[in-house]
Design a protein. Structure first.
Length: 262
């Protein structure tokens, strides 16, 4: 099966490059999304994430597929991550049942118009299996994610969450937590470092909010392969503007290379 653009970029990160930067699209209509893509494409993120839970016509499969085609055509080859995050998962209120959401994700995989999809670890194993099989069959990268918007679990608990994501078939395990102190955010980085040594798959991790913003800048040093930035508008608390994040990452990783060479 041919390697998609997302997987190719991921391999360069695993080989030692700085983490990928992903920027969200949160437009409610086709027109808003097209405008967002035009703005973001000029900023050259590594990945665009369509947060489709913001989309007004999410319950119309044909409309979703056509909109995806339109925004991809304007993205200048930038790969797409597709995410539907329900209100229970920290996203928007959506009209789809979980079964309908899974059906849409399967059809998106079959359309081969996305390079990666995100699905929550908290969901039923049966649904996870169905999504995972569709992703694997169609060469789509499956990110299995866990979000805690209330606090930060203990280090070993976070490691176990990432291990579980791998066990249910993730290509990438993702965790995002809400710290209440800088020490909480350091716990997230410690868990990332430990999990990176135990898992056979890549990890994405971040701490949200004001105490976690710095983890989006240096998480790659601890093993996180992707970070999320504000493109036009933020989709999660603590995201940094893409131009600022690019500058920080270029400094951090050029300095890191210098240290390794010395």
């Amino acid at each position: 099966m041919n390697e998609n653009t997302f997987q190719h970029k991921l391999k360069t990160v695993q080989a030692g490059a700085q983490p990928m930067i992903c920027t969200p699209l949160i437009g409610k209509t086709n027109e808003e999304l097209l405008h967002e893509v035009e703005v973001l494409a000029e900023k050259k993120p590594d990945v665009m994430e369509w947060r489709a839970d913001f989309f007004t016509h999410l319950n119309d499969v044909d409309c979703v597929l056509e909109t995806l085609k339109c925004i991809k055509d304007k993205a200048n080859g930038i790969p797409f991550l597709f995410t539907i995050r329900s209100e229970r998962e920290g996203g928007e209120r959506i009209s789809l049942s979980e079964k309908e959401k899974v059906s849409l994700l399967v059809k998106l995989c079959e359309s081969k118009r996305v390079e990666a999809i995100d699905y929550e670890l908290m969901q039923d194993v049966k649904h996870m299996r169905e999504v995972g099989q569709a992703a694997k069959k169609n060469g789509v990268t499956l990110i299995v994610s866990y979000h805690d918007f209330q606090g930060t679990p203990e280090v070993e608990r976070m490691v176990q969450i990432l291990v579980k994501a791998e066990s249910v078939g993730a290509d990438i395990a993702k965790i995002a937590v809400m710290p209440h102190t800088y020490d909480d955010a350091l716990q997230l980085l410690a868990a990332t470092s430990q999990a990176q040594k135990r898992l056979a798959i890549p990890i994405i991790s971040m701490a949200m909010g004001k105490y976690g913003a710095f983890t989006r800048m240096i998480g790659g040093l601890f093993g996180s392969v992707m970070t999320f930035a504000v493109g036009k508008e933020s989709s999660a608390p603590g995201q940094v503007a893409i131009q600022d994040l690019n500058q920080v990452l270029s400094i951090v990783f050029s300095e890191n290379e210098s240290v390794e060479e010395s």
